[in-house]
Design a protein around this ligand. Structure first.
Ligand SMILES: NC(=O)c1ccc[n+]([C@@H]2O[C@H](COP(=O)([O-])OP(=O)(O)OC[C@H]3O[C@@H](n4cnc5c(N)ncnc54)[C@H](OP(=O)(O)O)[C@@H]3O)[C@@H](O)[C@H]2O)c1
Length: 264
């Protein structure tokens, strides 16, 4: 039985951040800790989570490591229970853990799509379900799901990644309205390119590349409000939104230029 929620004081606010061991999630944890939040930081890499805990030791908030793999539904539900048993009620969940694999369309196979669905879509759902259950029962809470600007339209090499992130946005659009009467505010975070271990693998020039601390500041600022979409950088988001309203013939003329493979 879940106890009715009592409003936390500012010093008691507890955030759960997944994908906190590196990249965007790590930067968000540091930003939240600077603002005095208590944070349960998750990822699989225990050494990286311990390093983050040590690094944030001097900040006004406190960071606690809760390692687990989001592809396990059971582990996800157990970790939420463990965080609340140890630290109290979670006030905000930032479901950021995710990964990327480029897919060459002419060599399309099921395996990479399945891997990305298991992590980005199902993994996020595994984390979302126990949080929604608790927040609805207590009558409030803040949730943010990290998607991507790459989800706004189908892009070459992103047939698998884009599909998982577009699915997350669609799922959150539906849930946002249903959860609002229960006092739960759900947002999506749609970053453009951010310099992280994930994008360090990219060999192509990344337009409007942002540093993780800059992205994290914008994300945390967005989390303080209630807007559905927390997006950055603005100019890249504007371009991607413009692409979204282009008719197909025009859109494919634009994206064809992104296909570097030489035609036979
Ligand atoms: N960087 C960008 O340009 C960009 C742009 C748009 C959206 N995004 C999205 O932002 C999120 C963070 O990306 P990032 O660039 O910071 O990536 P990153 O540097 O590779 O970090 C990914 C994080 O997710 C965690 N993670 C991955 N698979 C996991 C699993 N099965 N179980 C638990 N944790 C897992 C990783 O933890 P461990 O390695 O410790 O497991 C790591 O902390 C992702 O959802 C990504 O799709 C990134």
């Amino acid at each position: 039985m879940i106890e009715p929620r009592s409003e936390p004081t500012s010093t008691e606010r507890l955030a759960w951040v997944t994908g906190a061991s590196k990249g965007i999630g790590r930067a968000v944890v540091i930003e939240l800790a600077e603002q005095g939040w208590q944070i349960a930081a998750s990822g699989r890499d225990i050494a990286e989570l311990d390093a983050l805990t040590a690094e944030t030791n001097e900040l006004s908030g406190s960071v606690h490591a809760y390692p687990f793999d989001i592809t396990s539904e059971q582990a996800s539900s157990e970790i939420v229970a463990a965080i609340e048993r140890d630290l109290g009620f979670i006030d905000m969940a930032v479901l950021n853990a995710g990964t990327h694999e480029s897919v060459d369309g002419v060599a399309f196979t099921v395996a990479p799509l399945r891997r990305l669905v298991e992590t980005n879509l199902m993994g996020t759902a595994h984390c979302l379900a126990p949080i929604v259950e608790r927040f609805v029962a207590r009558g409030g809470g803040r949730i943010a799901v990290v998607a991507s600007l790459a989800a706004y339209r189908g892009l070459p090499t992103a047939s698998a990644y884009g599909a998982t992130k577009a699915a997350l946005i669609n799922m959150c659009e539906a849930l946002r309205v249903e959860l609002a009467p229960a006092g739960v505010v759900l947002s999506v975070i749609t970053p453009g390119f951010v310099r992280t271990p994930l994008t360090d693998r990219n060999l192509f020039p990344m337009p409007f590349l942002m540093e993780p601390d800059v992205a994290a500041r914008r994300i945390v600022r967005g989390l303080a409000g209630k807007r559905f979409e927390i997006t950055m950088p603005r100019c890249f988001a504007f371009i991607m939104k413009l692409l979204r309203i282009l008719p197909y013939p025009l859109y494919f003329t634009v994206t064809r230029r992104l296909v570097t493979r030489s035609e036979p």
